[in-house]
Design a protein around this ligand. Structure first.
Ligand code: HSE
Length: 438
């Protein structure tokens, strides 16, 4: 059978890795795909006529639009990243009847609805396994492996850079900025590292997970997003004393009222497997009604692991080239005419437990005032830890763990506690999830 022709956009970390994997494993890949896969045209800036490994036989250009217009190209592999010109390139590739494979989470999260509609109309596939959790085949697991289940919730460590920072802070007491620099040097961090530390990268990935889990349109703008930059080293220590680890999680959950989509630092019991996922590794925990919990663990970033997912998509698309377009796995797991409009909950309506740390004067009645406000707001306290004031100081750290309560009620109670004369500074608040069956 005639080889499948790839047009590769981008030869950076992931693009270079993809070209290399296609070359290194060419024989095994052809055995799996049923035909040879050849990169025939590649676009990248600043190559100076030098062909990187894996694209020695390809035509090279600086103009990515040349590749998407090349009539010889069957599958366009977009590994440029970012919004624009990735969106324009992908839409033009689709208009030209080409299948697309992309690792671009921002593109899918923000423009996926438009892109999938265009692909559906043209009868082409847009595959995006590498957009979520790098090399872990999580899209395939949810879209195909779990398709008999109703998914109840998903909680994932889906940003390797953030997890690396939290792990190093906990284990080595290292400074936030210092660890971030190392993640950048290792090629894990986004071009703009605030995407990692402020949770935007995780929010892109989470909204994709929510759509394929619950069959709703992609709604990136509705993801509640909070980063890790305000986690103090003492919160990491106090959480450990209480038997918890702090992880930056993306959580999506189906409730009777709607769907939660949130990214924020979270205390989770240290005995959970996912609490022990350290460094740049990613993990996604899924609760499904028939399977129960299942955990998917692996490298969420890096050249070869991400290329592993990209190439798997290329093989998948190659296998479906001759299949009837109406009988392929749907882009968002559910048939396009069965995507529904279940509301996405505002963060105020979300219910979680909380870890709170506040600084209060060490004098009689303060604790009583705090617990009175909690009680009047309907908040039940699970545990209290009070630390003696440091030598020469008069304020003590008070740490509270609460039971589950609506975010709006917690906000109101915290506003009242913040008004107490004895309470000073900002009240640190980290949500707590048990990640158990209930
Ligand atoms: N910056 C991302 C991370 C890369 O650290 O996980 C993979 O999407």
């Amino acid at each position: 059978m005639k080889p499948v022709h790839i047009g590769l956009l981008g030869l950076g970390t992931v693009g270079g890795g993809t070209a290399r994997v296609l070359k290194d494993n060419a024989v095994e890949i052809a055995r799996r795909a049923g035909r040879e896969i050849q990169v025939i045209h590649a676009a990248a800036r600043g190559l100076g006529g030098q062909a990187p490994e894996g694209v020695e036989q390809a035509r090279l250009t600086e103009d990515a639009f040349e590749v998407v217009r090349d009539p010889e190209v069957d599958i366009v592999v977009e590994l440029i990243g970012g919004d624009s010109p990735a969106r324009e390139l992908v839409l033009e590739a689709i208009a030209n009847g080409k299948h697309v494979v992309t690792a671009n989470k921002a593109l899918i999260a923000k423009h996926g609805n438009e892109i999938f509609a265009a692909a559906q109309e043209k009868g082409v596939v847009v595959a995006f396994e590498a957009a979520v959790a790098g090399g872990i085949p999580i899209i395939k697991a949810i879209r195909e492996g779990l398709s008999a289940n109703r998914i109840q919730w998903i909680a994932g460590i889906i940003n390797g850079t953030g997890n690396f920072i939290l792990t190093e802070m906990r284990d080595k007491g290292r400074d936030f900025d210092d660890v971030l620099k190392e993640a950048q040097q290792l090629g894990y961090a986004e071009a703009d590292p605030t995407f990692d530390v402020e949770g935007i990268d995780a929010a892109h990935k989470l909204c994709i997970l929510a759509s394929i889990a619950f069959g709703v349109p992609l709604q990136f703008e509705k993801v509640y997003t909070e980063g890790i930059s305000r986690i103090a080293p003492e919160d990491v220590t106090f959480a450990a004393e209480l038997g918890y680890r702090i992880k930056h999680l993306g959580i999506t959950r189906a409730t009777g009222q709607g769907i939660e989509m949130r990214v924020h630092p979270t205390l989770i019991p240290e005995k959970r497997l996912i609490a022990n996922v350290d460094g740049v590794m990613n993990a996604v925990l899924i609760m499904a009604d028939k399977l129960g919990p299942s955990l998917y663990y692996g490298a969420g970033a890096g050249a070869d692991p991400t290329a592993s997912a990209v190439v798997a998509d290329i093989i998948d698309v190659t296998r479906t080239l001759t299949a009837d377009p109406y009988n392929r796995v749907p882009h968002l797991a559910f048939q396009p005419d069965r995507i529904n409009d279940t509301p996405i909950l505002a963060m105020d309506e979300v219910e979680t437990a909380y870890y709170l740390r506040l600084s209060a004067e060490d004098k009689p009645g303060v604790m009583a005032d705090i617990t009175r406000i909690m009680g009047e707001s309907g908040i039940s306290i699970e545990a209290i830890l009070q630390k003696e004031p440091a030598r020469g100081e008069t304020t003590a750290n008070i740490i509270l763990l609460t039971q589950r309560i609506r975010e709006a009620q917690m906000n109101q109670a915290l506003a009242e506690i913040g008004q107490l004369d004895a309470v000073s500074g900002e009240i640190a608040r980290i949500r707590v999830e048990s990640l158990g069956k209930d």
